[in-house]
Write a protein that binds this ligand. Structure first.
Ligand SMILES: *Cc1c(COP(=O)(O)O)cnc(C)c1O
Length: 234
């Protein structure tokens, strides 16, 4: 096995162990959390190494990169679009991906639905309130219930968020807890027709806290693919 394949296998095993430990702390089953291995900026061969090591789902944040990479991947894996989707790219995205994680505006949601193809999506919520982040404001989420009920081809599987980067991931906990409360409330308002069971939250820096707060999909790139960080100086 190549050194790169070994590295990815070891990183994946370590992340798996950490997810399992976080599930155990929270009294959850490991099968309730899906690991989405984020392969953006990494080559198709890395995707194959991850699949060989057991990855079942990969995430890309740009449609074009996913399109370019997918033909070079031999292993069978589900593709997730985790980044912002432009409306003019909807048609070429839908055949490519299993799920869309970052539906971040009413206009994008309407355009996705108008495409008329069945698709599963998450609504992105800007829980951390940072101006640079996209997504619906938490205050607007309850009012989305009627919009969701009127959808014809998009199924809303849950909510997604990106926490602010924190040295101490414990400080991300309120962000994740907020997303869970918003999801629980929205599910009650929407009723049947949309699962609204999922929470896409948690990245390399904070995924264990996200799992403890109920994440059903963690999107992890750096700690799987980028190798070890450089040693810090004294
Ligand atoms: C890049 C990216 C991730 C993965 O982040 P890491 O810190 O590399 O684990 C997760 N979600 C989104 C939306 C991303 O763009």
């Amino acid at each position: 096995m190549s050194a790169r394949a070994e590295e990815i296998r070891a990183n994946l095993a370590d992340v798996e162990r950490r997810i399992a430990a976080a599930c155990a702390r929270a009294g959850r089953s490991r099968s309730s959390v899906r690991l989405v291995a984020v392969t953006k900026t990494f080559p198709a061969q890395d995707v194959d190494f991850a699949v060989a090591a057991g990855a079942t789902d990969v995430g890309e944040n740009r449609v074009q990169e996913a399109r370019d990479k997918k033909p070079g991947v031999r292993g069978s894996v589900r593709w997730h679009l985790i980044g912002h989707l432009q409306r003019n790219k909807i048609e070429r995205t839908l055949p490519l991906v299993h799920r869309i994680h970052a539906v971040d505006s009413p206009r994008l949601l309407a355009a996705l639905d108008a495409a008329g193809r069945p698709v599963e999506a998450f609504l992105e919520v800007n829980c951390s309130g940072e101006a640079a982040k996209q997504g619906f404001a938490p205050d607007h989420v309850p009012a989305l219930a009627s919009t969701i009920q009127a959808l014809r081809s998009v199924r809303i599987v849950g909510l997604m968020t990106m926490a602010a980067f924190e040295e101490d991931p414990e400080r991300c906990r309120p962000t994740f807890a907020l997303l869970r409360r918003l999801r629980d409330d929205l599910r009650r308002r929407v009723g049947d027709g949309h699962p609204l069971t999922e929470l896409s939250m948690g990245m390399s820096n904070d995924f264990e806290v996200a799992v403890e707060e109920g994440a059903t999909a963690v999107r992890i790139g750096t700690v799987l693919f980028a190798g070890l960080p450089a040693e810090e100086g004294p």
